[in-house]
Design a protein around this ligand. Structure first.
Ligand code: NAP
Length: 250
């Protein structure tokens, strides 16, 4: 049974990804930061979907925890066929870039950018030792290119993930490891809960050509297509799963 390590899989988009991988019959390492009960719920949902799973606590911003995550996967299955860099945080306070402080910037960089960068490095090294090489998917955001002046730290961390994808895709192509980026649009999760009314209005006004909220399942299905190996001649590719938000219309 192939194994996927999905960071931040206890809730939201990560849970949606884990469930879709479960539908493919995969085994999923359900990483979470602190919410063990939610991780257990994801494990149960993956099992119901037809796969299997185990929870694994770990802060991806922490080097020791990243090593622990990878080792737990290797101890469990002996190999990692898919890494999904999904875990991420939003700023606690949205602050104008003229006022924003360094504390928020540092914590966002640690979790949203440094964590995935060095976790990808670790997993890639493990994959290089495997006969059956794996694939890597990073969940970035439309904030990779859309400027929100009240959360510059978040935007910069996500823009960095765009380069992470290109770098590892270029470095690992010759070794048979393909690397992808998924850019979700506005997705209904705990992260967007506090701004629900704002986005309800914007979506109704045509924020994206497809006028609805995205769901964790929308992202999960895109990851599942990659996991199935449906893009064998593509690497460094970006999938916009955003209801068409990225289109410039006239
Ligand atoms: P969410 O509902 O807030 O869930 C966040 C998940 O990440 C939880 O499972 C949480 O674990 C985990 N997590 C947080 N910090 C972590 C850390 N330091 N180490 C390990 N796990 C950690 O967020 P979401 O909306 O599903 O977002 C998932 C990803 O998609 C993020 O990278 C986000 O930036 C990106 N994204 C979201 C949207 C959107 O509209 N929702 C749009 C574009 C991109 P616990 O349950 O233990 O706290």
């Amino acid at each position: 049974m192939p194994l996927a390590l999905v960071t931040g899989a206890s809730r939201g988009i990560g849970r949606g990804i884990a469930i879709e991988l479960g539908r493919l019959g995969w085994r999923v390492a359900v990483n979470y930061a602190g919410n063990a009960a939610a991780a257990d719920d994801t494990v149960a949902a993956v099992t119901t979907a037809g796969g299997s799973a185990f929870p694994i606590q770990g802060d991806i911003g922490n080097a020791e925890d990243r090593a622990k995550l990878v080792q737990a996967c290797l101890d469990d299955q002996g190999s990692i066929e898919l890494l999904v860099n999904n875990a991420g945080i939003a700023p606690t306070v949205r602050a104008d870039i003229l006022d924003a402080d360094e504390g928020s910037f540092d914590s966002l960089m640690e979790v949203n950018l440094k964590g995935p960068y060095f976790l990808t490095q670790l997993v890639a090294k493990a994959m290089l030792k495997q006969e059956q090489r794996g694939q890597i998917v990073t969940i970035s955001s439309i904030s990779t290119y859309a400027a929100s002046v009240n959360r510059g730290d978040y935007c910069i961390s996500k823009a960095g993930l765009g380069m992470l994808t290109k770098l590892f895709a270029a470095r690992l192509a010759d070794d048979g490891i393909r690397v992808y980026e998924i850019r979700p649009g506005v997705i209904a999760t705990d992260m967007t809960g506090p701004v629900k009314e704002k986005y309800d209005t914007l979506i109704a006004q045509g924020l994206s050509p497809i006028k609805r909220w995205g769901t964790p399942e929308d992202i999960g299905r895109a990851v599942a297509a990659i996991a199935r190996g449906d893009f064998p001649f593509s690497t460094g590719e970006v999938l916009n799963v955003d209801g068409g938000f990225h289109l410039h219309t006239l």
